[in-house]
Design a protein. Structure first.
Length: 337
């Protein structure tokens, strides 16, 4: 979607003007990965309108391959407006205008499934599943086992948004079950402990979430300022998050996923993947927009390698990730046949 951010703080009713940007969970992840030197592609549908032109051009400017994006001659590009405040506060407002949008009409029939499966990792979001019955069928197809056929590692960010499900074809009561079904079909799952409680009523902490989701090879439970915990075949890996002077919280979850996936592509240990997720999220938290350039690979690697005591005292604020003279260009991730 095209996002409109307020030029000044205040209620949507009072804000006189907005700055245009781009937004969307999957495209955010693709853009940040491309900015970090990875090859990434975005597969979606936009309207044959000026907003669609802007989205495709802006996302491509990050280095993302947009060749599989389709234009819809009959449906518009989705847009939304938001206030400047933190999403977690009662003052935060978001007004979505994407009912009947080109993206909401995505399906297995009008997207290039081969393009979707062409990468090493396919990143999906629970937000997309709530947009329409066709979108849900698409995500079910992409998370389904493929006996004897190639399937990339499927990454799924739960992204539970009750408001979206209340207006969906499935209805608000079905949303949590649908998200649990999709998560069980993925290889890597990102979920916040708060949204696991909201969606599934899980109150026993991260271990209880793992008990409810034993299927994914990697389950990442995000705990905000308290850090994150990953579960894999080797057990439980916990890493605290740095102390961050927060400017805006929008986009931090996507940045965390991108940092974790970047480290996954580089085949780093799980604990280092968590630290990279925290560092990339810290950049998003210290910038006002939905998207922020990730830290250089050299800088992130240096910080991720800190011992536990030094990592535990790490404190970052706005501008902390700006490149310095000692940073070197990032090498591309390890390739597979």
């Amino acid at each position: 979607m095209v996002t409109f951010r307020p030029a000044v703080p205040g209620r949507l009713a009072d804000v006189p003007s907005f700055d245009r940007g781009i937004g969307g969970a999957e495209s955010n992840v693709a853009c940040v990965l491309a900015a970090a030197g990875h090859r990434s592609a975005w597969v979606s549908r936009v309207g044959a309108d000026g907003f669609g032109d802007h989205l495709v051009e802006a996302i491509a400017a990050y280095g993302v391959d947009t060749s599989a994006v389709r234009r819809d001659l009959h449906r518009p590009t989705g847009i939304y407006f938001r206030t400047a405040g933190d999403r977690a506060t009662a003052a935060h407002e978001v007004a979505y205008y994407r009912a009947g949008s080109a993206a909401s009409a995505m399906s297995t029939a009008n997207l290039d499934l081969d393009a979707l499966r062409s990468g090493r990792i396919l990143h999906l979001s629970g937000i997309t599943a709530a947009l329409s019955a066709g979108c849900l069928d698409l995500l079910r197809e992409l998370t389904a086992p493929r006996a004897g056929a190639r399937r990339p590692l499927v990454s799924f960010d739960v992204n539970y948004r009750p408001g979206l499900w209340s207006g969906s074809a499935q209805g608000p009561a079905e949303g949590p079950d649908v998200l649990l079904e999709l998560a069980r079909g993925a290889d890597i799952v990102f979920v916040g402990d708060d949204e696991a409680e909201d969606a599934w009523g899980i109150t026993g902490g991260p271990d209880a979430i793992r008990d409810a989701l034993p299927e994914p090879a990697l389950l990442v439970v995000k705990r905000g300022a308290d850090g994150a915990i990953a579960y894999d075949a080797d057990g439980r890996h916990e890493e605290p998050s740095p102390r961050v002077d927060v400017v805006a919280a929008v986009g931090a979850g996507d940045a965390f996923a991108a940092g974790f996936l970047s480290a996954t592509l580089r085949e780093l240990p799980v604990a280092e993947r968590l630290r990279h997720g925290h560092l990339w999220a810290a950049v998003a938290l210290t910038e006002p927009g939905d998207l922020a350039a990730p830290p250089s690979r050299a800088r992130a690697d240096r910080l991720a390698a800190l011992d536990a005591d030094r990592w535990g005292t790490l404190h970052v604020g706005p501008g902390w990730a700006a490149a310095d003279a000692t940073d070197e260009p990032a090498a591309e991730e390890v390739r597979t046949p």
